[in-house]
Design a protein around this ligand. Structure first.
Ligand code: 5GP
Ligand code: ZN
Length: 135
């Protein structure tokens, strides 16, 4: 789509692709190796994609994981999608985040992607053994 950043990713930025999906590095990575996977077709969110496109994205997640393992040797991953402004989506062309995680990259990784809204994690009550509020 004209004016969409992700529809206009340049060939040289492409890390991997298949028939329906493309992977490239995030321009403002939260960790080394932070990668985005998009549909080739311009769709705004996860829920406008069709099942073939989602299957293609899933295949590419595996390819990207292999590449990132080789290049950075991370200790784990967060894989996720923001759907809609309320969920923090800022670019309205479907993209999956594949974020390599490294032991010690945050003080307390507990909760992973659930940390997007710390207050809705019910068992993070103050004073709980091994718990407590995330920093
Ligand atoms: P969202 O907040 O919509 O889930 O994520 C958008 C992502 O796109 C962010 O992680 C941001 O760093 C990344 N981003 C923004 N502009 C560009 C760009 O021009 N090129 C690339 N490769 N990533 C971008
Ligand atoms: Zn687009």
């Amino acid at each position: 789509m004209k004016g969409c950043i992700f529809c206009n990713i340049s060939e040289r930025e492409i890390m991997a692709e298949n028939e329906l999906a493309v992977a490239f590095y995030d321009k403002y990575p939260v960790n080394e190796g932070h990668t985005l996977i998009i549909t080739k077709r311009h769709v705004e969110t996860l829920f406008e994609a069709d099942l073939d496109e989602l299957a293609a994205i899933n295949r590419l997640i595996f390819d990207v994981k292999r590449l990132l393992d080789e290049r950075y040797g991370p200790d784990g991953y967060n894989v996720g999608v923001n759907v809609g402004e309320a969920a923090g989506q800022t670019i309205f062309h479907l993209h999956y985040h594949v974020i390599p995680r490294y032991l010690g990259d945050v003080a307390n990784p507990r909760g992973g992607i659930r940390r997007v809204k710390k207050s809705i994690i019910p068992y993070w009550a103050e004073g709980e053994k091994g718990g407590g509020r995330a920093p």
